[in-house]
Design a protein around this ligand. Structure first.
Ligand code: PMP
Length: 466
């Protein structure tokens, strides 16, 4: 989901060149939704390339929205999905279990070392987040604390497009048209964003973040908070910002001290994207609830899941409780078969190791080619999850005006250079810069990484000539 990939006419040359002093015409309106009618028609996607009908093939440096993690068109996944369709194309989750869903759920639980104990298979990240919000509420009803109705999330975050998940989100441009959302139960603290939160020392930085959370707990009354929801590594809202060392464990212990649930939204950063299957596995923290999607089925089917940790799962087991929730397509057997096969490919080909190896190369090349560019403020990320933030001024970190749509201009220039990146305005317009994200498939080669970075750097220079 791009912020606004509308192929609008390019701005006049002086503005296109990104001149810092260029003023915007008065009538520039805020970014609007995509206009799909004006997008190219895609005839094929194979390996790491997109094939639109109106031009040459385009190198895939982002897997769409960070989804296509084993490339496009793998025969064995197609066969597994087709075989499942033949065996059983659908059943309501309320009528039967299927072997496909059972195998996938068992595998997922095992992949967490048993930390997660229950799986609800769904079809989008938003659904998984929505389910996490509702399950948190129901859990506290079961355990005799029905007053826990509040959630704390972060101002720089994206959790989905449905009203609950959007209320949890801080993604300015995606919230903008829909206010007021659900303001009485979702409360924001700043994310962990060291580039923009200056601090005399790492200790002072961490203390400031913890104080923000603690004061929100106190403002709401700790006994009213059901959960704290956050992306361990912030995706579309900020552009691949990892937490500072110690941040997540400290946040987790404060959340638990107040009896609330820790909900980690790994829709974008999870399922191998940052080098471990679950992002939390390298961040010294274990969630109570976890959402996954994107790399889960690599785009071969729309797959997401809510994973339930031992605290909630135990309450469910002991009191024989059932989560009052369900979608028609929940626990879809074809989705499960495709997701399972994608995960088997990742295992068999040792792709998490490749994510870590290529991630080192991607980081090095991005920093070499763009690290000194006057309009690149920050390059950060982990594994194959890298963000480049654009600024008007490197020294002051002044962001561009959101209406200049800088990320979209880089997106278009990159498209012209035959490489696809993910552009997001994120929280641009709220004192943060807009950014592009680079998220190659886990089976990318170093040659392809080199090609991607060359083309991306050329595109950045098209927009901001030096
Ligand atoms: N959470 C996060 C962290 C996301 O990045 C996204 C989508 N980019 C969502 C939730 C929502 O997922 P979906 O678009 O599949 O509903």
């Amino acid at each position: 989901l791009f912020s606004s990939p509308r192929p609008a006419p390019l701005p006049p040359k002086s503005e296109e060149a990104g001149s810092s002093s260029g003023t915007l015409p008065q009538d520039v309106s805020p970014p609007t939704a995509a206009t799909p009618d004006s997008l190219s028609i895609l005839t094929k996607a194979k390996g790491h390339y997109w094939y639109p009908n109106d031009g040459p093939r385009i190198l895939d440096a982002c897997g769409g929205a960070g989804v296509a993690c084993i490339g496009h068109g793998r025969d064995e996944v197609v066969k597994a999905a087709a075989a499942q369709m033949k065996a059983c194309s659908y059943t309501s989750y309320a009528h039967f279990k299927t072997t496909a869903v059972q195998e996938l759920s068992d595998w997922l639980i095992e992949s967490t070392g048993g930390a997660m104990q229950k799986v609800y298979l769904m079809n989008s990240g938003s659904e998984a987040v929505e389910a996490a919000i509702k399950l948190s509420r129901e859990y506290f009803i079961w355990t005799g604390e029905p007053q826990r109705v509040n959630f704390i999330s972060r101002s720089e975050s994206y959790h989905g497009t449905t009203l609950g998940s959007l209320s949890a989100s801080g993604h300015h441009t995606r919230r903008l048209p829909f206010g007021p959302l659900l303001p009485s139960t979702f409360h924001k603290i700043p994310a962990c964003n060291p580039y923009r939160q200056e601090s005399p020392s790492p200790e002072a930085f961490l203390a400031a973040r913890l104080a923000e959370l603690e004061s929100m707990f106190q403002r709401l009354g700790p006994h009213t908070v059901a959960g704290v929801i956050l992306e361990p590594i912030v995706g579309a809202a900020l552009g691949c910002v990892p937490p500072t060392p110690g941040y997540l464990p400290a946040i987790a212990s404060l959340v638990r001290h107040h009896g609330a649930l820790l909900i980690l939204d790994e829709v974008m950063c999870g399922m191998g994207r940052t080098g471990t299957l679950h992002a939390w596995q390298s961040l010294s923290v274990v969630p109570d609830l976890q959402t996954i999607a994107k790399g889960f089925a690599g785009g071969y089917q729309p797959a997401s899941a809510l994973l339930v940790g031992s605290r909630v799962a135990t309450a469910m087991r002991e009191d024989d409780k059932t989560f009052t929730h369900g979608h028609t397509y929940q626990n879809h057997p074809v989705v499960a078969a495709a997701a399972m096969r994608v995960q088997r490919v990742i295992e068999r080909e040792g792709l998490l190791g490749n994510v870590r190896r290529q991630g080192v190369i991607l980081k090095k090349l991005l920093r070499e080619r763009l690290g000194k560019h006057p309009n690149v403020g920050d390059i950060r990320g982990k594994g194959l999850f890298w963000g480049v933030e654009f600024v008007r001024d490197r020294k002051t970190k002044e962001p561009f005006d959101a209406r200049e749509e800088v990320a979209m201009r880089v997106w278009r220039a990159a498209r012209g250079r035959r490489v696809l990146v993910y552009a997001s305005q994120g929280c641009a317009g709220e004192g943060r810069g807009d950014h592009i994200m680079v998220m190659p498939a886990y089976d990318v080669s170093s040659r392809e990484v080199g090609k991607m970075v060359e083309r991306i750097a050329a595109a950045v220079e098209d927009v901001f000539p030096i």
